[in-house]
Design a protein around this ligand. Structure first.
Ligand code: NDP
Length: 434
């Protein structure tokens, strides 16, 4: 806290992990002798650069670009790129730190990283987004590579942006390699990658429900966000007979009491991915409630799947969710619940899964995309989906193994942190002081 006083999100993420691994850490005095905590919490390096590009009016614009390479003890650095006005070093450091443990949980050989820019694609033309992505890659390409650091998408970075960045990397390096994941299907992208985070979260949720013999069918679900993760969360919920009733964006949320069905979801995909419109338009299209400037946590439901951004559920929201009868919360977004909210969920005995476990499906399939690119092969949807499903089952089993308390309650936060930490820690110990 003294070293990084202006980085609240990073301190929040680190404190949460350290608070849950202490008991396990104390069983390994060799970790302490190797000063493992500081070596694990402080990123290997942070690259920061200026991005200069020209908008449609001919004005020269500048943004900040970053890549936080957190830890590569178990594999090449791996983690998404975020384009959003709020991006700063604290947010990227928290995300890269979390990514290190998440990637460890996936069972695949990937280290942790995160990057991005304070550039916001909102309201920009396709040509402006392309010029920005090219300018961003003009600097980033020096620091990444298929065996070094493999970025992917995140908030504000979807298939379009990954495509533009990949094109520029190829141009600059004269290589066609798997340097980014989330690529288009035509040039090395894996089937099921767009679906993976949302589908994976629902697979994880099903595992949690199974521990209490609860069926997902017919359950009413609050989903926040309306981007990549939210859309495919809703898709899988519909396929499994659950009833998603909300979606949101940074302006407000919609509540559809009849449930968002496949046809309405197709409308949302067109609205958000092609027209780049606002979720308010859903309410106009289907004549349902829209609440401006609010999040959906006050609506009555059984389950909540936050899928927008960090700290979107605070202590009051959590108390409202519990009072309204929500019995399971599984995080599609990264760190959407504040520490106070997590405390409320756990004290109320809810099934509560942190993002680093529940949303690991996205990076897991990114890992599978890397494997396919290295093999120069392409696997079928069924094959990738089956692998995703079994990885989510394994992550759940690890959480239960390391997180079950003496009273039988599964503390998924502790389980995920201890399982993720042990693997990285052992790899660091084996590789010496570097
Ligand atoms: P998208 O950019 O596709 O969608 C983000 C959604 O969240 C949009 O609806 C956006 O609204 C909303 N949102 C973003 N910032 C805010 C904010 N400050 N307040 C309220 N709403 C906001 O991103 P993704 O769906 O990819 O990412 C969502 C979350 O999931 C993030 O936390 C991300 O880190 C996490 N995640 C994503 C993975 C992936 O594979 N994509 C993998 C693992 C985690 P608007 O349109 O108004 O900006």
């Amino acid at each position: 806290k003294q070293r990084f006083p202006n980085e609240p999100e990073y301190i929040q993420a680190v404190s949460q992990v350290l608070g849950t691994i202490e008991e396990e850490y104390n069983r390994h005095p060799e970790f302490d002798r190797a000063n493992l905590i500081e070596r694990l919490c402080i990123p290997d390096r942070i690259i920061s650069f200026r991005v200069t590009w020209v908008d449609d009016k001919g004005n020269v614009q500048t943004n900040m670009g970053y890549r936080v390479q957190h830890n590569n003890a178990i594999g090449p650095y791996k983690g998404g790129i975020r384009f959003h006005a709020s991006v700063n070093p604290s947010i990227l450091k928290f995300l890269a730190f979390e990514q290190t443990f998440k990637n460890s949980l996936t069972t695949l050989p990937m280290g942790g990283a995160k990057g991005g820019s304070d550039f916001s694609p909102r309201g920009k033309s396709n040509a402006e987004v392309m010029r920005f992505c090219q300018a961003f890659m003009n600097e980033l390409f020096r620091h990444i590579g298929p065996d070094e650091d493999v970025p992917a998408g995140d908030i504000g970075v979807g298939g379009r942006e990954v495509g533009y960045m990949f094109g520029q990397y190829k141009k600059l390096t004269h290589t066609f390699v798997g340097v980014l994941t989330g690529k288009g299907q035509e040039f090395g992208g894996s089937l099921i990658r767009p679906e993976a985070t949302g589908y994976g979260n629902v697979y994880f949720l099903e595992n949690m429900l199974k521990t209490r013999s609860i069926d997902l069918k017919g359950k009413r679900v609050l989903v926040s966000g309306s981007g990549n993760v939210a859309q495919y969360t809703v898709e899988k919920l519909i396929l499994l007979g659950a009833v998603p009733v909300t979606l949101s964006d940074s302006d407000g949320y919609i509540y559809d009491p009849d449930g968002i069905d496949a046809e309405k979801l197709a409308y949302v995909k067109e609205l958000k991915n092609v027209e780049r419109g606002r979720i308010r338009e859903y309410a106009e299209e289907y004549g349902v409630k829209y609440v401006a400037g609010a999040r959906p946590w006050g609506e009555k439901a059984d389950i909540a799947l936050p899928s927008a951004t960090q700290n979107e559920i605070d202590g009051d929201d959590a108390r409202t969710l519990v009072a309204n009868g929500v019995f399971a919360v599984s995080e599609g977004a990264n760190m959407p619940s504040t520490p106070e909210a997590i405390k409320v969920f756990q004290e109320a005995g809810l099934l509560y899964a942190p993002g680093k476990a529940a949303n690991a499906g996205g990076v897991a399939v990114s890992g599978l995309e890397m494997s396919q690119n290295s093999e120069r092969l392409r696997w079928s949807s069924e094959e990738v989906d089956a692998k995703l499903h079994s990885i989510m089952n394994e992550i759940h089993a690890d959480c239960v193994k390391y997180g079950t308390q003496t009273d039988g309650y599964v503390n998924y936060v502790r389980g995920a942190n201890v399982a993720g930490f042990l693997k990285v820690a052992k790899a660091m110990m084996a590789q010496g002081i570097v």
